[in-house]
Design a protein around this ligand. Structure first.
Ligand SMILES: NC(=O)c1ccc[n+]([C@@H]2O[C@H](COP(=O)([O-])OP(=O)(O)OC[C@H]3O[C@@H](n4cnc5c(N)ncnc54)[C@H](O)[C@@H]3O)[C@@H](O)[C@H]2O)c1
Length: 249
């Protein structure tokens, strides 16, 4: 098992991609700290991991709060020993609002969760990974940062553009410490974030996708597992597009 003996922290695990990522890393042998603002949802994910024969711990976190993120990492260390081998920054929120109707409060919350959350979680684990001289960080961005988004507001698109840029900067800064940093840019998927997509939008996405379907959570989870593993040891500072070819020109 590629992650045997390793500890992973995954944020935003109560459903969608985060749940699939948690189950995939645990199937690979990782002990997973399954963190979410929604504790019952995180606990459901942990139950599924245990049914799969894996090990995980549900932890409450608001990734936009430094105190909450630091407490999450403290809990991880206390439960699984003084290691964090993998961090997956997946938690995010989304809204579609025309820019001229977008409130400052709405902008601030989305940017705080989606972008500042990545900073806070990285800041909390980097000292541990530096000490280990080893670690993998995987940031989940979005195709919206590449194409302006089909169904997302300016704040979401901007926050994900920030995640792409942070993946480059963190790659530059942390490679010398043996910390490998990469990202995944998922295409549209009918997970929580996109549930209730108008049929015309859905059909349009599928029509423009050469592989003829939307992303499944497992498509994202398998790519995260690759980037979090030694198989990706020389892939660094990159964000992998996982979208069925919708960006093919
Ligand atoms: N679904 C898509 O089509 C799509 C496309 C591109 C990128 N993405 C990205 O993939 C990731 C997962 O998307 P999803 O569709 O699975 O989303 P989702 O809404 O199903 O899951 C997001 C999870 O994050 C949690 N969360 C929200 N705010 C939080 C906070 N402050 N602290 C901790 N946890 C919090 C939620 O409770 C939820 O469990 C996100 O980063 C999203 O931006 C999704």
């Amino acid at each position: 098992m590629e992650f045997a003996g390793q500890t992973a922290i995954v944020t935003g695990v109560a459903k969608g991609f985060g749940r699939a990522i948690t189950r995939r890393l645990a199937r690979g042998g990782a002990r997973v700290v399954a963190a979410d603002i929604n504790v019952p949802g995180a606990e459901e994910t942990v139950t599924l991991v245990r049914q799969d024969g894996g090990e995980a711990l549900a932890v409450q976190v608001d990734v936009a709060s430094a105190a909450s993120v630091d407490a999450m990492v403290k809990t991880a260390l206390a439960r699984f020993g003084d290691r964090v081998d993998i961090l997956v920054n997946n938690a995010a929120i989304w809204r579609l609002v025309p820019t001229d109707e977008l409130s400052e409060a709405d902008w601030d919350r989305i940017v705080d969760v989606n972008m500042k959350g990545v900073f806070l979680c990285c800041r909390a684990v980097i000292p541990i990974m530096k000490k280990q001289r080893r670690g993998h960080i995987v940031n989940i961005a979005s195709i919206a940062a590449r194409n302006g988004g089909t169904f997302a507001g300016l704040h979401y698109v901007a926050s994900k553009g920030g995640v792409l840029a942070m993946t480059k900067k963190l790659g530059k800064e942390l490679g010398q410490f043996g910390i490998v940093v990469n990202g995944v840019n998922p295409g549209s998927s009918e997970t929580g974030m996109m549930v209730g997509l108008p049929p015309t939008v859905r059909e349009g996405i599928i029509k423009n996708t050469p592989l003829g379907r939307m992303a499944e959570p497992e498509d994202i989870a398998d790519t995260v597992a690759f980037l979090a593993s030694d198989a990706a040891r020389f892939v660094h500072g990159e964000t992998v597009e996982v979208n069925g070819g919708i960006l093919c020109d």
